[in-house]
Ligand binder design. Sequence first.
Ligand code: MG
Ligand code: ZN
Length: 185
Amino acid sequence: MKKAVFIDKDGTLIQNIPYNVNTTRISLLPTVGPSLRRLKDAGYLLILVTNQAGVAYGYFKEAMLIHVFNRINQLLSEENVMIDGFYYCPHHPDARIGAYKKKCNCRKPGPGMLTDAAANYGIDLKGSWMIGDILDDVEAGNKCGCRSILVDNGNETEWLLDHWRQPTLIVSSFDEAASFILKNK
Ligand SMILES: [Mg+2]
Ligand SMILES: [Zn+2]
């Protein structure tokens, strides 16, 4: 079975601009490219998992997301690495667009995107990791048996820490997260 690193998008992989789907405004955060390359070289699948409630709210069409994901891989390819799989949740319980209004299992902190990817790729979740910038990311990873790393860049503001929301490690950069994973395989 393969191991994976699941990665949140906004504020973890790319600069956080809420509900942005304008590809010209997408930029990778520092150290992300070389760090992903190191993880890839160590054999990890790289799987992006992102909540996209902007679809549910009607801020942009679901079809826009493919352009966002393509742009991310275009930027990463300049660093000689690519994301292997893109998973997103377009739902929200308070959606304005009826088709997306539901309390789903895929919206983080739910584990649905990670378990779907695990089924599709044959991923060993116990040997896998979740990296994100808020505790909802941590909980999604922990809930399906992964270890989890919080990149604390100030985006988590509530710090509601219960059993499921305890990260394995808190770091201040993506680079540190990758190094820890490679030391703790
Ligand atoms: Mg985020
Ligand atoms: Zn969902």
